[in-house]
Design a protein around this ligand. Structure first.
Ligand code: FAD
Length: 383
């Protein structure tokens, strides 16, 4: 734990320019941008930043993953990942991996559609795929789509880099500071937490699965966020000497995936069960079904599981994040609903969100269509 995050106590109202609720990747990313020109305090209810979704991801960057607005953010983020500041990101946060979108006979048509609509997704036969991932069962596989440029993400380095950048520019992170109530007095939001009252004219809601609950504390209508559990099991690799170099295997209909990770395989049932926001844990039955689908597609025999975890992927009704000011309530900015793409889109989304908060000219990748797609006031949301 970063002790600086914990040992901040306030015995009087703390005033600042912008309060960010949530110290996950969304809160850290926007705080790093905002702290360049404003006083920023990040509040998180947990005792350390990154405890929820951010600390539980599969840590992948895949350009073809997500809907059209997400793909725009993927493309913009790709450029930004190549140009992160060496002061805060001394090592590259992306590393070679690749993804094979795997199809069996039943999902082959879906793979064909995916390849037709995607950038740089090459079809490989089962035999060609098996050369890349030798545990693929050729008798079951109807072919794969190969995204060569998909990368592993060093999520911890990215998250910590942004927190460090924010703090270097005067930002403050306060943990164990869950926001429990808010009121607006003379153009300033007053937020109650167990660490005292924090005040600012602008509040950024980066509270992940809790963002709708937080919005309601401010009198802002919820946007219809649904938190969906996703589980991951750690299995021993069948080929510990070689498998760290294999691409990830992702079923084309996303009902399981396997990512090599050092001497292990991370296998997910790709579950999407809606659950209330909470400290989520694995459902053993769901995990077992996913392991079965993985073993059906491969020659790997699942004999034991070394460990497992679950996290929340948080979606709006149209699966596009919300980024923008609430229309009916002053000084309340949404940054939530990043689904299964919140890490890979975070460079572009943080930059765009910060410009929108400050009402400065937007980065060139942000066309009007993207701004409309991300608007918290769009018609496709439940309000
Ligand atoms: C299993 C899994 C695999 C994934 N794989 C990938 C992947 O490969 N690539 C990718 O890009 N994305 C992936 N994701 C998605 C990604 O992890 C999320 O989109 C991202 O972490 C969301 O970040 P966040 O900051 O919005 O949420 P969080 O990290 O959950 O942060 C929200 C924070 O708000 C705080 N908070 C909530 N309420 C309050 C309150 N009232 N007061 C103060 N603080 C509060 C919480 O404590 C929390 O720290 C995956 C997710 C899961 C679960």
């Amino acid at each position: 734990m970063d002790s600086q995050n914990k040992l901040v106590f306030f015995d009087m109202n703390q005033q600042t320019d912008i309060l960010v609720i949530g110290a996950g990747i969304a809160g850290a990313g926007i705080a790093a941008q905002l702290a360049k020109s404003k006083r920023v305090i990040i509040l998180d209810m947990e005792e350390r930043p990154g405890y929820h979704s951010t600390g539980r991801s599969a840590a992948m960057f895949a350009m073809n993953y997500g809907n059209d607005p997400i793909k725009k953010l993927n493309r913009a983020s790709w450029e930004m990942f190549q140009n992160l500041s060496p002061t805060f990101f001394p090592h590259p946060v992306l590393a070679d991996r690749g993804v094979l979108y795997y199809a069996n006979v039943d999902s082959k048509a879906h793979l064909d559609e995916l390849i037709a609509s995607a950038d740089d997704l090459d079809f490989l036969s089962a035999a060609e795929a098996k050369k890349l991932v030798p545990i693929i069962d050729e008798n079951e596989c109807a072919g794969v789509g190969f995204e060569r440029d998909a990368k592993d993400l060093d999520v911890a380095a990215l998250h910590q880099g942004w927190l460090k950048e924010a703090k270097t520019n005067g930002g403050i992170v306060v943990c164990d500071a869950g926001v429990t109530a808010a009121k607006y007095v003379d153009g300033v939001w007053q937020l109650e937490t167990s660490q005292g009252v924090f005040e600012a004219p602008i509040v950024v809601n980066a509270a992940g699965a809790w963002a709708d609950e937080v919005a309601q504390m401010f009198g802002v209508a919820p946007v219809g966020l649904v938190a969906k559990r996703r589980s991951i099991a750690t299995l021993p690799s069948s080929h510990p000497e070689q498998s760290h170099k294999w691409p990830m295997l992702l079923s084309a209909v996303e009902d399981w995936y396997m990512k090599p990770d050092a001497g292990s395989f991370l296998v997910s049932p790709a579950d999407e069960d809606p659950v209330p926001p909470h400290d989520v844990f694995v459902d053993d039955m769901v995990l077992a079904e996913g392991l079965f689908r993985f073993s059906e597609a491969t020659t790997y025999e699942v004999t034991h599981v070394d460990g497992s975890w679950a996290g929340l992927r948080v979606f709006t009704p149209d699966k596009t994040p919300v980024c923008g000011y609430a229309s009916a309530v002053d000084g309340f900015f949404w940054l939530a609903g990043q689904g299964g793409y919140g890490i890979q889109t975070s460079p572009a989304l943080s930059l765009l969100a910060a410009h929108m908060v400050l009402r400065t000219s937007l980065p060139s990748f942000a066309d009007q269509e993207l701004i409309d797609d991300l608007s918290p006031n769009r018609a496709t949301l439940t309000q």
